[in-house]
Design a protein around this ligand. Sequence first.
Ligand code: COA
Length: 385
Amino acid sequence: MREVAVLGIGQTRVDEHWDKSLRELAGEAVLAAMDDAHLSAVDAIYVGNMMSGSANKQQHLGAYIADWVGMRYAEGLRIEAACGSGAAAFRSALMAVASGALDSAVAVGVEKMTDSPGAEITAELATAADADYEAGQGLSFVALNALIMRRYMFEYGWKKEDFAPFSINAHANGVHNPCARFHEPLDEKGYARAPMVADPINLMDASPMGDGAAAALIVPVERLYRQPGVPLVKVAGSAAATDTIAIHDRRDPLWLMAAERSARLAYAQAGVGPEDIDVFELHDAFSIMAALSLEAAGFAARGQGPHLALDGEIRPTGRVPIATRGGLKARGHPVGATGMYQIVEVVQQLRGDCGETQVPGAKIGMAQNIGGSGSNIVAHIFTVD
Ligand code: COA
């Protein structure tokens, strides 16, 4: 396999973009990535998306986006892995370029959720769960995560307020990210006052719906014209794993086996361990998912994830910085785009472009994107020269 570098990145703000279509959002991110890479064409475009067929009445996103950005004859495909679609698209592009099949590719994640009523999108999101035994019984994703969080609190003795620092850190970091959905800081009082959505998950434990797109352009390092002085971000590890689609089929519903496996495989490829990761963009769709991700990826012992948050270790200056650009909680979670936002944000950190929330001296970063309630997970590790 060839060594691959991320040559360009681009993203839109996550927001309610009622004035922009799906292709306009994706196009903005792709063209920004191409501009950043100083390239005017690529061999292929891989589009990560979950729900365009139902929410936007548009399928066939490979040709749709390639046509819109002026790459009419490039290869174009849509990749779907629920909320993990973004990183799955990046991994598909990576496999094509690393194998030598292609010499350049753009991966873009795009989702447009806010044109439809919230209840319709909630039902659509639930199609990523088991239709017969979960969604069919009325369980939404918030409800599924509430069941996991309730069980976690019972097993390990945590109180609801122990999860507040996850949301407070995410909102504090989102303030400084112009592409984040929310720019308001949050404190303990604001967390405690937040309306309950599905007990014990309140509004501040949940990621918001939103519209947005993020993209990265990749090329093999061997073909690269290296500009002196420009930090070169390389892909050091990439792995994906699945788990049962329904939570009740898991031997341990409080352990993200696919997160453990994808992280372990990516660490082995990169020749690093969790102790070497300077920044970790994890999938904090709900605060309980942040705790479980920290544990499964090897940063905390089983049941102990909230300690890192309570001790301030998840802040940009802490031992395991997470959600450094706001995370899913404050940057937002346009589901099929999220994995690409995480990758763009890790690249920004390794380039040293994160201003107030820059992780000092960041050299190795990991992004881990979760589809479903832990049933399809993709991990990437990046390094900088
Ligand atoms: N955090 C903070 N504020 C939020 C928010 C969130 N997660 N979600 C919505 N808001 C804000 C909105 O900005 C809006 O503020 P405004 O009145 O100042 O404009 C207000 O709350 C009401 O927004 P609305 O869209 O009507 O909220 P809602 O009650 O319909 O939806 C949730 C709230 C939590 C139910 C919804 O965001 C949700 O379902 N999130 C989870 C999505 C999900 O499951 N994703 C997949 C995960 S795997």
